[in-house]
Design a protein. Structure first.
Lengths: 227, 227
DNA sequence: ACCAATAAATGAATGCCATTCATTTATCTC
DNA sequence: GAGATAAATGAATGGCATTCATTTATTGGT
């Protein structure tokens, strides 16, 4: 039996054995962590986003991450803020108010429907540590104000729209047969009939139809509040 | 040194050593598990709801639970279905449509705002295994139908309302200072002004104001669809 | 030019958690 | 009465985030 040589031969391919201690230049920073997290999520989903996997993809020990983020929730907040910058607010101040809201809400939903595990985190975490998210709110608020919205109602309207967007983002991820009553169908005839009736309409995805229906109602209702 | 006696003396107080093997009468069933889970959630929150804690509160080994539920998600589904029965659908078919929707949506939000960790589970799990949830949908669907709603739009309208309710349920749990921009306030003047302006209105909880605003817009918008 | 402080890495715990499995045994069915 | 089944036990198992002592290169102060 060969001697148990503690050689670095068992290292993951492509990685380099590094001594402990401060490296010549910092390997990690929040930007790199964010990018790696997004890449990991894109490839393996949120189940694949573990601190260990994140560290491995950065060629680093898991504990090293904690010099740059306080917790895994902190990583999720970084990801969230990156995504907030991808939401389309460009129409505010350019296009009419209703067009801008429509573009914003659809893109907001589309971005976060791929990232629903972030929603519980966003909902609870203060916005102070998320500059890009804050910038999104600023653009939307300015758009509402310039459209003649009474100032005391702006935040409430945004919060309501956002609630709808987050709920709808979940709906996008639902399986198609979520409303299949199965063996209980006989006990819920009205519901089953309505589900079947909707299935006959073969226009767009049901989730998109519902989102449009709700969004247009909100836009119409809120539009009437403008001075 | 005393002999290592495997006595039952170290048992938790109040518990009784039970031999392995089938007991005279089954100790566990889904109803009991559901009740214990709700009790645990009420006392310790969702962080306290672990399979081990649930088993302990039922005086049983954790593995015993798996004779009655397939997984922890299964427990969450049981809890969800119990809660669905607490949502107020009593006004459908009795009160005018808009009153019924209002009562339903407010109670739906109130029930689930205490149980937001269920929302990701509900959104994805087919409804076939949740009879009480299905019963709720049936009542709401019948109410919409009887109010003259076009059948092909009923499910979409319910889905949209539900999305809004779930999103709003998260909002209820948000900390009060969630919109405090902190040191970045200077960079988001419109947003900060709108937040401050809303804070001056000391009527109701901001989360309730936003919910009412959105809900009334949806009710008005959907009400116009009735034939 | 030295020296102390700091920043950023390592790797070895720690403790929690859901879930699985072999085993036991009372009850039910034929 | 015998064999199958249901429902419990307790001992793994493997994954997870997080902590901690330790190492060491860089930085800033005197």
């Amino acid at each position: 039996m060969p001697a148990p040589t503690p050689t670095p031969s068992a290292l993951p391919a492509g990685s380099v054995r590094r001594r402990a201690g401060r490296p010549t230049a910092a390997i990690l920073d929040q930007d790199g962590i964010t990018t790696a997290a997004l890449e990991l999520i894109s490839n393996k989903g949120y189940n694949g986003l573990t601190m260990a996997a994140l560290a491995r993809s950065l060629g680093v020990a898991p504990s090293a991450l904690y010099n740059h983020v306080a917790s895994k929730d902190d990583v999720l907040l970084l990801v969230e803020d990156h995504l907030a910058a991808m939401v389309d607010v460009s129409a505010f101040g350019v296009e009419p108010w209703d067009v801008a809201v429509r573009r914003w809400a659809w893109s907001y939903r589309d971005v976060f429907s791929e990232h629903t595990p972030l929603i519980p985190v966003i909902a609870v975490l203060p916005v102070a540590n998320a500059p890009k998210t804050l910038a999104m709110y600023e653009a939307v608020t300015a758009g509402f104000r310039d459209a003649g919205f009474p100032e005391e109602k702006i935040i409430s309207a945004i919060v309501a729209l956002e609630a709808f967007v987050f709920g709808a983002a979940y709906d996008v991820t639902a399986p198609e047969d979520i409303f299949d009553a199965g063996s209980l169908a006989g006990q819920v005839p009205n519901f089953t009939a309505a589900v079947d009736r909707l299935a006959l309409e073969r226009h767009a995805r049901p989730t998109d139809v519902a989102f449009e229906l709700g969004l247009e109602a909100l836009i119409t209702g809120f539009g009437a509040l403008r001075g």
